[in-house]
Design a protein around this ligand. Structure first.
Ligand code: NAI
Ligand code: MG
Length: 490
């Protein structure tokens, strides 16, 4: 039996002094046009939309909304740059441009991190220590491949670029997803039309400035802003040769249908509902940190979030007690404060979805626990939340919530947990916590998931491929695997 513990009362006794990161050095324009041919241009649509700070509900800038004619302009610019310059350039020269982007990103890392947190709501600690350094690392990594493509695909007589890549990214890792998409495309000799998500366009537009400052030939990278209709215009444009999409399974299915029979290549990185599995022989304190990192990192807006926790019965009470204590110490608030663990929910829509699903969890008989922390009055916030008394059939166990909401189930045997973990439409990622190497090999090889972390969670590296099975999508990004969707090999 777990001992009854007194509540920690963390927030009244252990307050940290505020440690806000300054945003004085950040230069934002009041309005951004479309980045085509290395210039910010007015949209032919004549339309703009607002982008806000979700922690304050204040406007940051007006953003151009690209219509079909605007997308057409961007695709034509990319095609011309491909035909005239980029595909003809020696690969080692291409590599130099990509290195240059990486270096300028590092030089402007602080500014990028602050803008990422202002526009998306994620804690500055994450954008500073994870998003921005990893984004630069992707450019460095793929820059190195640019002139070594024949070694990337040994035995293939010819490695050819594809042409124009249309790339659509989501709002949870805006700059990092832009890097995942643009870096391998350029390294393999393609040109790009990229669309950031409508709630988080600012770091992609800063990246556009960096690309211009790095002196890339005009038209090699074009960044068009807008919402779903703009994305659809990219997908359906006949001049686009390859589509790369990260986002919801719902839109992934629409794109797959639209592309069927067109001959366009595509990769889809979609949703997830990962099992994070704690065996009784795991180092429990370390596992509790891994659970917290797995589900509360980036407010749970993570496709590979460890949103389904499976705890082996003998340690279930202990793990849940320690987890609740740890949740009591999480600091929720200003994304720009360096102490903040959990920032703002990215948008009002996403907050609505989280609330809806939590209500469903409660209506279906789940027991909901939230720590006692207070929330700021303005902005979009959600307390870290865990559910017990749920089953495999519960909707909150089956559906992606994309918020800081964890559901907990217990298990007895290895076979049982493998079956439960795989009994889901998704297959993106998973976690295993145990003292036994043999158990790690057995479980990780039986989990139908693209990535399985052992005794850690949410670790990323540009050399390592990432992607899913089933409704989590198709194709891999990162590493050598991430190059192959951008080349023709015959
Ligand atoms: P979404 O899939 O609608 O948006 C992702 C990107 O696709 C955005 O840039 C959006 O403008 C674009 N898009 C939307 N409709 C499109 C269309 N018909 N054709 C081409 N592009 C289109 O995702 P949304 O609505 O922002 O989030 C809904 C849910 O999707 C989230 O609650 C979460 O469960 C999941 N999601 C998963 C992500 C992942 O990393 N796998 C990222 C974002 C959302
Ligand atoms: Mg959507």
């Amino acid at each position: 039996m777990a001992k009854k513990s007194k509540p920690l009362d963390f927030h009244s006794k252990w307050r940290y002094a505020p440690a806000p990161e300054s945003s004085d050095h950040v230069e934002l324009k009041t309005s951004y046009g479309l980045f085509i041919n290395n210039e910010f241009t007015e949209p032919l649509s004549g339309k703009y939309f607002e982008t806000i700070n979700p922690a304050r509900e204040t406007k940051l800038a007006d953003i151009a909304e690209a219509n079909q004619a605007d997308v057409d302009r961007a695709v034509k610019a990319a095609r011309k740059a491909y035909d005239d310059v980029w595909s003809k350039m020696p690969a080692s020269e291409r590599g130099k441009y990509i290195y240059r982007i990486a270096r300028i990103m590092q030089e402007r890392a602080r500014e990028l991190a602050v803008i990422e947190s202002m526009n998306g709501g994620k804690p500055i600690r994450e954008s500073r220590d994870v998003d921005v350094p990893l984004a630069a690392a992707h450019f460095f990594y793929y820059a190195g491949w640019a002139d070594k493509l024949e070694y990337a695909f040994p035995g293939k007589p010819e490695v050819r670029s594809i042409g124009v890549a249309g790339q659509i990214i989501p709002w949870n890792f805006p700059l990092l997803m832009a890097a995942w998409k643009i870096a391998p495309a350029l390294a393999a000799g393609n040109t790009v039309v990229l669309k950031p998500a409508e709630t988080t366009p600012l770091t992609a537009l800063k990246l556009a400035e960096i690309i211009r400052d790095a002196d890339l030939p005009p038209g090699v990278v074009n960044i068009v802003t807008g919402a779903g209709a703009t994305g659809a215009a990219i997908v359906n444009h006949p001049g686009v040769d390859k589509v790369a999409f990260t986002g919801s399974t719902e839109v992934g299915k629409i794109i797959q249908k639209a592309l069927a029979g067109t001959g366009k290549k595509y990769t889809l990185e979609l949703g997830g509902k990962a099992a994070n599995i704690i065996f009784a022989d795991a180092t429990i304190d370390q596992a509790v940190e891994g659970i917290v990192n797995g589900i509360f990192f980036n407010q749970g807006h993570v496709c590979c979030a460890g949103s389904r926790l499976f705890v082996q019965e003998p340690v279930a009470d202990l793990v849940i007690r320690k987890l609740k204590d740890r949740m009591e110490t999480l600091i929720i608030g200003d994304p720009l404060d360096k102490n903040t663990d959990i920032g703002a929910i990215n948008s009002k829509e996403q907050l609505g979805k989280i609330k809806r699903l939590v209500k469903i969890g409660i209506d279906e008989g789940g027991t909901c626990y939230q720590p006692s922390c207070s929330l700021p009055s303005k902005g979009f916030w959600y307390r870290p939340t865990l559910f017990t008394d749920v089953t495999q059939a519960s909707r909150i166990v089956q559906e992606e919530i994309f918020g800081p909401v964890l559901s907990i189930q217990t298990f007895r045997t290895v076979e049982e947990v493998i079956e439960k973990a795989n009994n889901i439409p998704y297959g993106l990622s998973g976690g295993v916590w145990t003292d036994k190497g043999s158990k790690i090999f057995k479980v990780s090889s039986k989990l139908r998931a693209g990535v399985v972390w052992a005794n850690t969670y949410n670790k990323f590296d540009p050399t390592s491929p990432f992607g899913g099975y089933k409704e989590s999508g198709m194709g891999r990004e990162g590493g050598l695997h991430g190059l192959s969707p951008y080349v023709n090999l015959n």
